[in-house]
Design a binder for this molecule. Structure first.
Ligand code: CTP
Length: 400
């Protein structure tokens, strides 16, 4: 699957003759499954219409910084926050100069300054303008600020010149963006992840469970596979498609999840307990459907389930790193710190499930990473982005 699938890509088109290729770029990004929004500079609207890009992206095109209607919908700050990546293509010499100076005098440059997302530029201009010392210095400055420079290509130019400065073809830009999300941080590592809820049978038709959707665990498994790991995902019953390149181990109860985890975790590089394991199970599930007993309460006796992650940390050949989650509703950090120590974890990832934005089943999350060495907060972002940040933090702790 494309690394761009479901990513929020903000395509910003500035006013050069290559602006028309922005349409093809948007089309190719959509084909890869990306969710695309377009910002057009005023100059770009002379070369290509907002309507064309709206039709291709399926989203309104943004052109003005101070436009009442636009600001009432998705304003420039929301747009900047929405993006997982911003690509400016074509980026004219003027746009490169304004980005280098940190100007914010139109929508395009303002969003580029306001976005926390990575920014890439695909320059396109006359070869003489590209070779000019001013442009070259601007490009170097942008590169030193971690802005990805894609292209330019060399060859015949619209003005008749021949040389470097042509916009890289849209398929080349898409390939470069795809690669940006690929990384080899977990190359050759073996990772085991538990995800989803467990179901504890009361009788053949009823069970005890919880609201876990499995989304965070599945996002972690996908991010580990994209980072080059060999991933086993032990999953309780969820409504999610298995991530690509991940070996699935479906289970139902905590005891089954525990058995699978203990047999797979031995000698692994990384174990992540993202499952919401039921702490208790009915002591003796009925073998036939329980019948209603009118007139009185029903008493179920529950016994404790094994603590899977705590047992994994006790394995003779335990994984090099063990990370767990603490989904809490009160005193999130206090409970999480205590849980990390009690369960012998290298990292605990704390999240507040009382907050509707980060509760069970939501598409986004905001977490705190707690290790022996310190604590770090990851602000609200899609579960995919949060998963990638967690994986980067864990990969940095793994012995090489
Ligand atoms: N966990 C586990 N096995 C269990 C319970 C929890 O592996 N039987 C793991 C979860 O996957 C998670 C971490 O332990 O990574 C914390 O889970 P949580 O339910 O918050 O911890 P509990 O020990 O159940 O604490 P609480 O008293 O808050 O329920």
């Amino acid at each position: 699957m494309s690394q761009l699938n479901q990513r929020h890509i903000l395509v910003a088109i500035s006013g050069g003759i290559a602006a028309y290729k922005g349409a093809e770029l948007v089309r190719l990004l959509k084909k890869q499954g990306a969710v695309v929004r377009v910002v057009l500079s005023r100059g770009a609207t002379e070369f290509i219409t907002p309507l064309t890009l709206q039709a291709l992206s399926g989203e309104p095109t943004h052109t003005e910084l101070l436009d009442e209607a636009a600001e009432a919908g998705m304003g420039h700050i929301e747009l900047a926050r929405w993006a997982d990546l911003m690509i400016i293509a074509p980026a004219t010499a003027d746009v490169l100069a304004r980005l280098a100076q940190g100007r914010a005098d139109d929508l395009l440059t303002t969003v580029a300054l306001a976005t926390p997302a990575p920014v890439a530029v695909a320059p396109a201009m006359n070869q003489q303008m590209w070779s000019h010392a001013a442009t070259q210095e601007n490009v170097q400055l942008l590169a030193s600020r971690n802005i990805q420079i894609i292209g330019p290509d060399a060859g015949e130019q619209a003005c008749g010149d021949v040389g470097p400065g042509r916009l890289l073809e849209p398929d080349g830009i898409v390939a470069a963006l795809n690669q940006r999300f690929e990384n080899r941080q977990l190359e050759g590592k073996r990772v085991i992840i538990t995800a989803g809820p467990t179901l504890e049978a009361i009788d053949p038709v009823r069970y005890l469970s919880n609201h876990s959707s499995g989304k965070m665990g599945y996002a972690l498994a996908g991010a580990c596979a994209a980072a080059g790991a060999q991933v086993a995902l032990i999953s309780g019953p969820v409504q999610l498609a298995p991530p690509d390149r991940v070996s699935m181990h479906p289970v139902t109860s905590a005891e089954e999840m525990c058995a699978a985890a203990l047999s797979l975790a031995e000698g692994a590089d990384l174990f992540i307990g993202a499952a919401a394991v039921a702490d208790y199970r009915p002591e003796s599930p009925a073998s036939t459907k329980l019948k209603k007993q009118s007139g009185g309460p029903l008493t179920l006796t529950l016994v404790e389930n094994p603590d899977i992650i705590a047992q994994v940390t006790q394995l003779p050949n335990r994984p090099a790193l063990v990370a767990g989650f603490a989904a809490e509703t009160t005193s999130v950090l206090v409970h999480a710190r205590e849980k990390r120590v009690r369960k012998g974890l290298d990292m605990i990832i704390a999240n507040d499930v009382a907050d509707p934005q980060t509760t069970f089943g939501s598409e986004q999350n905001a977490v705190h990473l707690i290790t022996e060495a310190g604590e770090r907060s990851l602000p609200l972002a899609s579960k995919r982005v949060i998963a990638e940040q967690i994986i980067s933090a864990l990969a940095a702790q793994l012995p090489h």
